[in-house]
Design a protein around this ligand. Structure first.
Ligand code: AMP
Ligand code: FES
Ligand code: ZN
Length: 397
């Protein structure tokens, strides 16, 4: 049979007939981390494959339910199994389950108030498109924001699928482009600046999300971070005992009068497997490829470590992160109320004269932000705690 693998794209021939599960094991693929698709339908790991079958093995999704398994909610035939919940669902009930998890996340953390305008940051990946879809389905007032990072074909395709999604649903999409609007792109910034590519990328995203929300009068910025993202970040922060980052790892960061818009992560109760299955079942065309610049990213290593434990003990990931929120988060919380003032370059909130984004941008463009008489303060400025870092996750690689 013909087997199409993704990330990177390649094709293999494997002899049949054989069970999906056996094919995956032979290829060294953890069945809990992939979606197996035949003729545009999800198939289960117990399914038998014929020699002339063609299948696609797509990362980050489970192999579906066992044949004959029934939907936990309606007892109809199941299409997807969520081992963590020890439950299988048919398509309709799975979509209900996903929306229910988002609804619970929003309610339990008071993420969105009645009448709030939400700006959802959309990368073109499965998570943020699923989030946008769910929020629209739940009738929230929500617009999308796409930030063009200038990462070659990857960014072109991400922009295309995001625009197509917005067009199909007649939803508002705001676009910001780093090169057109700020004069640089991420690959250049990674090569020329002093920060790592991912660090300058994360900094730019946080800056543009907050600024766009402020300028367009949105009340909340929502991102597509899922349970796997949050568990991996928490694992990394814990391994380093980075207590300041641990303290800030909340699904909600409240707004601040001095220029910080509220940030929420409504998918934190859903695994990568669930958001990928949701997008697939909803027919959402999303970018499967990962950013080509993240190879070797530490975050990916923590995800792999978590998945290794999860495959032996389903539920560990959720216990780790949800347990942190329930039992440990309050032990780390601290009031960080560094006063924010307007950046002298762009007007956005900062603890110093210039915000971290303007300083990074100036460095990439080879410009100086300081008058010559100010140069002696450069040393102090580089030591300050900046709101972008204060409000970001630890994406240092
Ligand atoms: P990442 O930092 O790539 O893990 O993405 C985390 C979240 O940030 C995603 O779920 C999106 O909500 C948002 N995001 C990432 N990249 C972009 C982008 N280019 N434009 C808009 N939002 C993005
Ligand atoms: Fe930011 Fe790849 S998406 S470096
Ligand atoms: Zn600035």
């Amino acid at each position: 049979m013909r087997v199409k693998l993704r990330n990177p794209d390649r094709e293999l021939h494997v002899a049949g007939p054989r069970k999906v599960h056996d094919v995956l094991i032979e290829l060294g693929v953890d069945p809990d981390t992939v979606l197996v698709i035949r003729q545009k339908a999800l198939i289960t790991r117990e399914e038998r494959l014929a020699d002339d079958d063609e299948i696609e093995i797509r990362p980050v999704i489970s192999g579906g339910s066992n044949p004959g398994m029934k939907c936990k909610r309606c007892r109809g035939p199941a299409v997807i199994e969520v081992r963590r919940h020890n439950a299988s669902f048919c398509q309709e009930c799975f979509e209900h389950h996903v929306r229910e998890q988002v609804r619970r996340a929003i309610k339990s953390h008071d993420m969105i108030r009645p009448g709030d305008r939400i700006l959802v940051a959309v990368s073109g990946g499965k998570d943020s498109l699923a989030l946008w879809d769910v929020l629209l389905e739940l009738d929230y007032r929500v617009s999308g924001l796409y930030l063009g990072l200038g990462i070659g074909e990857y960014s072109d395709r991400s922009g295309d699928v995001t625009r197509a999604f917005a067009r199909e649903r007649e939803a508002e999409l705001i676009e910001v482009d780093l090169r057109a609007d700020y004069g640089f792109d991420i690959p250049t910034a990674g090569r020329t600046g002093s920060r790592s590519t991912c660090a300058v990328c994360g900094l730019s995203k946080r800056y543009v999300f907050n600024r766009t929300a402020l300028e367009h009068g949105f009340d909340v910025v929502a991102t597509g971070h899922n349970l796997d993202d949050e568990a991996a970040t928490l694992l990394g922060n814990t391994l380093r005992w980075d207590t300041e980052y641990i303290a800030r790892q909340s699904p909600v960061l409240p707004a601040r009068e001095d220029g910080m818009v509220k940030k929420v992560k409504p998918l934190y109760r859903l695994s990568e497997l669930e958001t990928a299955a949701y997008s697939f079942l909803r027919g959402i065309d999303y970018v499967v490829e990962e950013c080509p610049l993240v190879a070797g990213n530490t975050q990916l290593r923590y995800k792999e470590a978590m998945n290794a434990i999860e495959s032996r003990s389903p539920g560990t990931k959720a216990q780790f992160f949800m347990g942190y929120l329930d039992k440990a988060a309050h032990l780390f919380s601290s009031e960080d109320r560094a006063t924010l003032t307007a950046c002298e370059e762009c007007g956005q909130p900062t603890t110093g004269r210039f915000c971290a984004f303007c300083r990074a941008r100036a460095q990439v463009l080879g410009r100086t932000l300081l008058a010559p008489e100010d140069l002696q303060t450069v040393g102090e400025l580089s030591e300050e705690v900046l709101p972008a870092e204060l409000y970001g996750t630890a994406d240092r690689s």
